[in-house]
Design a protein around this ligand. Sequence first.
Ligand SMILES: Cc1cc2nc3c(=O)[nH]c(=O)nc-3n(C[C@H](O)[C@H](O)[C@H](O)COP(=O)(O)O)c2cc1C
Length: 190
Amino acid sequence: MVIGKFVKLDPKVKFYYTLHPSPTIVLVTKCPNGRFNAMPASWNTPVSEEPPTVAVIIDKEAYTFQCLEYHNEATINVPHIGQADIVYALGSTSGRDVDKITKFNIKLEPSETISVPRWSEAIASLEGKVYAKLDVGEVRLYVFEILAVYVKEGLYTQWGWDLTKTSILLHGAGRTFYGVGRMIRAQKVQ
Ligand SMILES: Cc1cc2nc3c(=O)[nH]c(=O)nc-3n(C[C@H](O)[C@H](O)[C@H](O)COP(=O)(O)O)c2cc1C
């Protein structure tokens, strides 16, 4: 691969595409309208191992923001590459206007440690309770303490996902998603 010179970009124009594609999760929350809601978030990251925590960044205009302020638990569900259409649809409508769980036939099942259910068809589901919050600009960053983790049997190894069998869903831009492509292993550091 030939790597050329740097060209300057405007940080106000989609600077974050430099960090995409980004693993997408679907957050299920309990909302003030009495329903559960589901929204994709590709801005997320593990934070610490002890305690186990994950941060998810939520725009304050999303209904999910109101849902998390109403009830401080959520399931962080990991979709697979075959679920791009439904994930995109969940991210293109608001639970403020429609019951997305019914409309998109999202199958839910009870979680172990929290009262918010998990998405049955995800390949993993992490049960989280809000541990910390940080306001930055138009968003609130929620750090969830992870209380339980479930993965679909046969797809997960001690090294993580078995990518010969499945792929997590990476969000590029707009309607563009990727799976995980070739794998390489870095040289050992002496
Ligand atoms: C693949 C994908 C990833 C997204 N990632 C985020 C994100 O990380 N944070 C966010 O606030 N919105 C994100 N969005 C937008 C929300 O999912 C979208 O605004 C959604 O309609 C909010 O739903 P709600 O109003 O029911 O909460 C994403 C959308 C898509 C399609």
